[in-house]
Design a protein around this ligand. Sequence first.
Ligand code: BES
Ligand code: MN
Ligand code: ZN
Length: 495
Amino acid sequence: MDITVATGDFRQFETDAILIPVLEDDIHNELLLAADAALEGRMQSFLNLGDFKGKPKTTSVLYTDGGITAPRVILVGLGMYAELNAEKVRQVSGHTARMARDMGLKSIAVPLPPETQDDWTQAAVEASLLSLYEFKQHKTQKEDDDGESKSLDSLTILVGSDIEKNSIERLVTRGETIANGTILARNLSNQPSNHLTPTLLAEKAEKVAETTGLSCTIFDKATLEEKGFRTLLAVSQGSAEEPRFIILEYTPEGDAQDTVALVGKGITFDTGGISLKSGKGMDEMKHDMSGAAAVLGAMQVIGNLKPDVRVIGIVAASENMPGSTAIKPGDVVTSYGGKTIEIMNTDAEGRLILADALGWTAQYEPNGVVDLATLTGAVITCLGHIAAGAMGTDDALMERIKKAAEKTHERVWELPLWDDYDEGVKSKVADVQNIGDGTAGTLAGAAFLKKFAEGYPWVHLDIAGTAWGMKGSTYIPEGATGYGVRLLVQLVEDW
Ligand code: BES
Ligand code: MN
Ligand code: ZN
């Protein structure tokens, strides 16, 4: 869908439908009065019926029959002004865009209400685009069952002046850029593993770098061997697919800046390895690279928006397969940083590849490191598909992440990474083991990672619940959510 900004009176604008946002506590707003005048009182008569009350996520369609150029006016409820916020705007925008598409409309236009805040405009742009997302790449027939292929092609935001047009256009571009990064993450995450191997993921990263001017370095298997990424190599050794390690770098112009590193788990398929998972729902493990997808999506946005902070995007990519050369429970491997790990369960593979990635990250002397990983089923038991579990070693970084999460509604909930949890990951034969004592699985994962996230402020986001399977949002579809892209971009922009 194209989003454009135009000046002019909505009553003379040519489009399939004019959308008029209406607050529950301001049901006779300026725009409605203007429409009423053109419609010779018919708007007022309709409102008097009381069918439409301005409740959030409710709409009413009026057929204009002449008085207004567009054949339809759609009233869009926003709820009470005091309760309006960016997330409400997202939910309403997502609902409305989907409704317009499902009605078969091709173009819609919305006059910008006078009291609109900038973050609401950006939120509306993002949510409208994100709500229409579908993953249809592998369907040979793109139409619905009823033979129709519905697509909403254009949204025009109508403003009063050229000055306003310029500032709203800037917000539209930002919103589009962020939505596109989220869509990249969704596409990567939804891609089946036979279409997205570690090698192909690295090629996607190279493409992101090329189009946005980031620098990109890929380590192949031989390079990983040479540099001592033994834990990443260990996880991949049961697979016919080679691992890849991806480094994207964004450096702002001007003086030395702070450095933030974003680290993603990129398991393109997780069978569990020799500690094989059961068959039920195993197909979902194509999404086990959602952390990597969020990092690549965020790096694409960062390359485009060019914030004032240096950002390093790091992805460790591998399959986790039970081949005859696979790692076995009890095996001991040495991580990039030199610590030894007893692999007690080959299905706790994400933390293994991240051990090398977090060790590698120290050389950038980052002022903050955030890793995103679909690490534990336990975080779903704990927080459902509502929030990511957040655990870390630095309160200031945690606060920044909570703020960014609040703004973007990509929620996080802090879990206590007390030293007490270190006990569970002690090994009898090596420095550390890759599972805990069977309790607090999410914290066992984080306690393990903490051993490798040394020398910098660090927060780990366990996104196993939020990366896919969210329900009830109007702008987040079934399947991959793209969780983390908007949060990471906000974090970097507010740094
Ligand atoms: N990728 C999984 C975590 C996961 C499970 C994500 C379900 C989304 C839905 C991870 O690699 C894993 O297998 N974790 C194990 C850890 C256990 C062996 C300590 C788990 O959560 O069961
Ligand atoms: Mn696993
Ligand atoms: Zn996994």
